[in-house]
Design a protein around this ligand. Structure first.
Ligand code: GDP
Ligand code: MG
Ligand code: ZN
Length: 283
């Protein structure tokens, strides 16, 4: 039998078959490395239960890593949607990491600034974010609470994964797109102050036949240990015209004399915030 992972709980997976049945699957042995979005061959072992036999070749794989381990965020996606909001404060570093992940995996990217109903905070954030628009990245401002319709055209025909820190409104976006989805959002229940709902596992939802969207747990860290320093530099799109023009062919663009990238920063051609971010990632 063939299916797609629509929810990944670490050790077991909900796999949706072609006729829409959900089969709860485990892996035999200690096979890690299966993620939401993966297409698989499964073997039934009981009613609505099965084991995973093999994973189909992936069209894309989004993962993070530190020096010790790798963690898959989603498989077979075509687009990363970075969700940020003016409040709570977003980390600009995470945006840059998502851009690098998208550039290196050849995925489309969209930055969504949610909670635009918080007008004043949003204005300040937008001024900061103009940098990314200038680099050519699409940036959409919306309020999941008020009107999700501006997002729909960007999702059409794509398999998108929502990434970002927790509290930015990823699950709220899913719920606005699919009111029946009831993705767990971080609403504090009035009766019990303990009723915080944060997303604990990735889940794939169908928007229509050709458009799908994956909600993922909040990312506090997005390690890119698997991306070489050279590829990081290349993923900073505005660095590209200068790469290969430094005095030293092995220039790391950190402090080297005769560095074409550093000269471009000094000449106002590259924003110093991006150099700062590059230094954090590569240094
Ligand atoms: N003001 C405002 N609050 C929002 C909006 N979208 C989400 N929130 C709130 O932000 C908090 C976090 O939302 P949630 O969807 O759980 O974020 P996630 O952790 O990224 O999935 C919740 O309290 C939401 O009600 C919005 O458009 N405007
Ligand atoms: Mg969530
Ligand atoms: Zn250089």
């Amino acid at each position: 039998m063939h299916g797609q992972v629509v929810a990944a709980f670490g050790r077991h997976f909900d796999v949706e078959t072609a006729d829409g049945e959900i089969v709860s699957c485990v892996t035999r042995g200690k096979k890690g490395g299966i993620a939401c979005g993966d297409r698989l061959q499964i073997e039934p072992t009981g009613p609505a239960q099965g084991v995973i036999k093999s994973i189909d070749p992936r069209t894309s794989l989004l993962f993070r890593s530190d020096q010790f381990k790798e963690k898959i965020i989603a498989a077979n996606v075509s687009q990363i949607v970075v969700v940020i909001a003016a409040s709570p404060a977003y980390y600009e570093d995470l945006i840059n990491r998502c851009l690098i992940a998208a550039e290196t995996a050849s995925l489309k990217i969209l930055i969504v600034l949610n909670k635009c109903d918080m007008e004043q905070e949003t204005r300040t954030a937008l001024a900061q974010l103009q940098l990314y628009r200038n680099l050519g990245y699409p940036l959409l401002t919306l309020s999941a609470k008020q009107d999700i319709s501006p997002l729909r055209p960007y999702l059409s025909g794509e398999t998108s994964v929502l990434v970002g820190q927790s509290g930015m409104g990823k699950s709220s976006i899913i719920n606005a797109l699919l009111p029946e989805a009831q993705a767990h959002t971080r609403e504090i229940s009035q009766a019990l102050n303990s009723g915080k709902h944060t997303t604990t596992h990735a889940r794939l939802y169908h928007l229509d036949r050709d458009s799908h969207i994956i909600d993922s747990p909040g990312l506090q860290e997005f390690g890119l240990a698997h991306v070489s320093e050279q590829n990081i530099a290349h993923a900073f799109v505005e660095f590209r015209p200068y790469l290969g023009h430094c005095r030293f062919s092995n220039c790391r663009h950190l402090v080297e004399p005769g560095c074409a990238v550093l000269e471009a920063v000094a000449a106002g051609k590259i924003d110093p915030r991006r150099l700062e971010s590059y230094r954090n990632l590569a240094g």
